[in-house]
Write a protein that binds this ligand. Structure first.
Ligand SMILES: C[S@@+](CC[C@H](N)C(=O)[O-])C[C@H]1O[C@@H](n2cnc3c(N)ncnc32)[C@H](O)[C@@H]1O
Length: 279
């Protein structure tokens, strides 16, 4: 069967073809080892290399498994990351967080000599991308999950970036080792209301990566220790949920009453980033 025929047959089975059809193209590109999505259209008349495998993966996709876990790959900021069910799938919103951090870093620091912490790193997509784009001197990726760190280590190698992985609850291990950084980026779990979550996310992505307690203890633990790990000047950039701003502002004012901080909205107009600058 040709790629074109397999695509048209599969699309009939989608509930919401306009939104979901890209996943069929992703699977077919993977099966036929096409180098990019744009080559899909030039390869439409090729035979599908392994139709049985395509059908199996497509069936799993129809049953709710995210396509990135099926192909063990996610593109983030133009770079490829290995992913599996041990880590959150990198999100488009997080690309905005990294883009913001790059701009702010360029405004406030000399490049090429920076030490970066990615706390709650999961796959490592934030820290690795930031480190690549700023040509950082040193990168530390940390997470409370050993499984996530195994994935992050794989992604350091895949992206040709040197970095250390640390098993750490918040900043506990950094403090123990007396590590300091210029830039800290973090996307801690921030979903307080489980009803907000899609079934596919709920059933397949790690709950440790998603859900927060009402006091946002993970943010609290990191923010309360920022001054202990900060070189001066220092930039911390957090991804945040749109509905946790007032709790976070309380945490920042409590521990860093003199710090300059900003809340920035994403492209959809939702609060998405907390930036803290210490001078
Ligand atoms: C929302 S995910 C972010 C993953 C990745 N940074 C990203 O943006 O795709 C949150 C991560 O925080 C980790 N985590 C949860 N509680 C933690 C804690 N107390 N200390 C460190 N990491 C924690 C989870 O294991 C998960 O990998």
């Amino acid at each position: 069967m040709t790629i074109k025929d397999a695509y048209h047959q599969a699309i009939q089975k989608l509930k919401n073809p306009e939104v979901e059809e890209i996943n069929i193209r992703i699977l077919l590109c993977e099966i036929n080892e096409l180098p990019s999505m744009s080559s899909f259209y030039f390869s439409e008349d090729e035979e599908v290399k392994d139709l049985q495998r395509f059908n199996e993966l497509f069936e799993r996709f129809l049953n709710g498994e995210p396509v990135q876990y099926l192909i063990n790959k996610s593109n983030f900021f133009g770079y490829d990351f290995y992913v599996d069910k041990r880590v959150l799938i990198p999100r488009q919103e997080s690309e905005e967080v990294v883009a913001f951090a790059i701009d702010k870093a360029k405004e406030n620091f000399e490049e090429d000599n920076l030490t970066i912490f990615d706390v709650c790193c999961g796959s490592g997509c934030l820290g690795i991308t930031l480190s690549r784009c700023l040509n950082a001197k040193k990168l530390y990726l940390s997470d409370i999950s050993k499984d996530a760190l195994d994935v992050a280590q794989k992604n350091l190698e895949l992206n040709g970036i040197e970095g250390d992985v640390l098993l750490s609850d918040g900043l506990s291990e950094h403090l123990k080792q007396n590590l300091k950084c210029d830039i800290l980026i973090a996307n801690p779990p921030y979903i307080v209301n489980k009803d907000d979550v899609d079934a596919s996310v709920m059933n397949h992505e790690p709950h440790l990566a998603l859900f927060a307690d009402k006091k946002l203890s993970v943010y609290d633990g990191i923010i309360s220790n920022l001054t202990k790990v900060a070189n001066k000047p220092f930039l911390a950039v957090f991804e945040i949920g749109y509905d946790i701003v007032s709790i976070l502002e309380g945490i920042v004012r409590k521990y860093l009453p003199k710090a300059h901080y900003e809340i920035i909205k994403d492209m959809n107009g939702k609060n998405r980033i907390l930036a803290v600058i210490l001078k």
